[in-house]
Design a protein around this ligand. Structure first.
Ligand SMILES: [Zn+2]
Length: 500
């Protein structure tokens, strides 16, 4: 029997607002346990929730960024359940009128090559519960209410995903959109993005229906989402092969250490929560103007940027994928390329400015991405520098690239210059002048040294003449050494060959 996997995701995203969802307490601060709290988020009698406008705006922006429709009216509802992490005994969420419905996210992974559209059923706003910390003794649990009442957006996908790898790719794409919109840092390890998955299998000849699904929880990294789904596929395949496919919806927890999912409880049906409209918050009404105002706040999203970087810069897709991971880095890179464009078209040369750009931009862009993804990343890693704090301006980085592009410095010297720019905020032309690092391409100057070296290294010369061409590298090395690494290696080689 051939089976396919049907996967849908429910994603909770912590919004980056200053205050909580329904009170003025600080949101997302590192504070001692149970200090960022107030009577509202602690659910004291007589308190009233006031929706946070910034959170609603962010919800609307997120919904629009994933192509959802925002209706004219949205409302909050109470979701009732009893649990120690829920001081009010209910959570304020949205039931039948979420802020956004019926969207999609386009997903294209380099590995999978195929482009697919993952449907979004809804995006709604709600408040988070407190955080439970279970003691190692198994007898005690502690509760930190700082997280209670912090704003969340919950995004529910259609069961459109067909493999664990695709689920991971989708999640990655969604996270990037949220980060680009500056709605959430969406770091899974920090719990800013949490993902539950629903998965069922179905025989390939029964594509007209769905079978009983299982919910998988407690995955706190992209890798664990993929692994948990892979495990579930194996487990459910065995059930199908034994003619006992799941018939009751269950919730299973992912155990990352053991690499298995474990049954937790039967899944609650919606009516178990006794949803009803939140009586203390009037419905939200959205005008067309409001929706357009929010839409205008969406920056160019990663997929559009990806396409543009190929169209305008002929950038290599692998480099793009790395650079677009981080919006600030993408902006910084684009500014650098903009500077280089100005420089290139202003250069004396054949043809019109456009023609010169067309002819030479690919090599320039490749130099930019090459130096960013290797040496600059290495320096950033070593010093734990984020893209928001790169100590080099795009102007200086562009100038640095022009020195390499024009062979004014070789790559060994370039590494030294970059390090000085990064660590001492050195300006490339000052540094190169001051340290006399400019590459020597003058044939007379190099020729003098070449003659010197040939005189001194009679043995190597003889070896070379016997046909051992490896000796040439040695001789090049000797010239470079005498010229403190500044000689243009191509000219050194040319002159050596001529004299030998
Ligand atoms: Zn509060």
């Amino acid at each position: 029997m051939k089976l396919e996997s049907i996967i849908g995701l429910e994603i909770h995203v912590q919004l980056k607002t200053k205050s909580k969802m329904f009170c003025g307490c600080q949101n997302g601060v590192e504070a001692p346990p149970n200090s960022a709290i107030c009577p509202v988020c602690m659910g004291h009698p007589g308190t009233l929730p006031v929706p946070n406008k910034a959170a609603i705006d962010m919800g609307a922006i997120a919904a629009l960024a994933i192509n959802c429709t925002i209706g004219e009216e949205s409302k909050f509802d109470r979701k009732n359940y009893f649990y120690p992490d829920l001081p009010k005994g209910y959570q304020i969420s949205q039931y039948d009128k979420p802020i956004g419905v019926d969207g999609y996210v386009e997903v294209q992974s380099q590995k999978l090559k195929v482009k697919s559209r993952v449907g979004i059923i809804r995006l709604h706003l709600e408040e988070d519960a407190a955080k439970l910390i279970h003691g190692a003794d198994g007898k005690h649990s502690l509760v930190d209410f700082n997280r209670a009442g912090t704003p969340l957006a919950e995004i529910v996908t259609k069961p459109d995903l067909r493999s664990p790898a695709e689920a991971k790719t989708f999640l990655h794409a969604l996270r990037l959109i949220l980060r680009y919109c500056n709605i959430s840092d969406a770091d899974m390890e920090k719990g800013q993005l949490r993902c539950d998955a629903n998965i069922s299998l179905r025989p390939l000849d029964k594509k007209d229906r769905f079978f009983t699904k299982t919910e998988v929880k407690n995955m706190n990294s992209f890798k664990s989402v993929e692994r948990a789904l892979e495990y579930e596929i194996q487990r459910q395949t065995k059930l199908w092969e034994n003619h006992t496919p799941p018939t009751v919806q269950t919730t299973r927890g992912w155990n990352d250490e053991k690499g298995i999912t474990e049954e937790q409880r039967l899944k609650e049906e919606a009516h178990d929560y006794r949803f009803f409209p939140e009586p203390d918050i009037p419905p939200l009404r959205f005008t067309k103007e409001y929706v357009e105002r929010m839409r205008a706040k969406i920056p160019e999203l990663p997929r559009a940027k990806h396409k543009r970087f190929i169209d305008q810069f002929d950038m290599d897709p692998t480099d793009i994928a790395v650079i677009l991971e981080d919006k600030k880095l993408a902006d910084w890179t684009e500014q650098t390329i903009g500077e280089l464009r100005e420089w290139l078209v202003a250069l004396e040369g054949e043809g019109t400015e456009e023609e010169r750009w067309e002819r030479d931009h690919k090599r320039l862009v490749k130099l930019v991405t090459g130096w960013i993804t290797t040496k600059l990343f290495k320096l950033m890693n070593e010093t734990k520098t984020t893209s928001a704090n790169i100590p080099i301006t795009p102007e200086n980085f562009a100038e640095f690239i022009t020195f390499i592009y024009q062979n004014k410095i070789n790559s060994t010297v370039a590494q030294e210059v970059l390090e000085a720019m990064f660590k001492e905020k050195a300006e490339p032309h000052h540094y190169i002048e001051e340290k006399k690092l400019a590459q020597v391409s003058d044939e007379d100057a190099i020729g003098t040294i070449v003659t010197e070296v040939l005189d001194e290294q009679a043995e190597a010369v003889a070896t070379y003449k016997k046909g051992k061409h490896g000796a040439l590298q040695f001789l090049i090395g000797q010239v470079m050494k005498k010229m403190k690494g500044k000689a243009n290696p191509i000219i050194v080689e040319k002159l050596l060959k001529k004299s030998l």
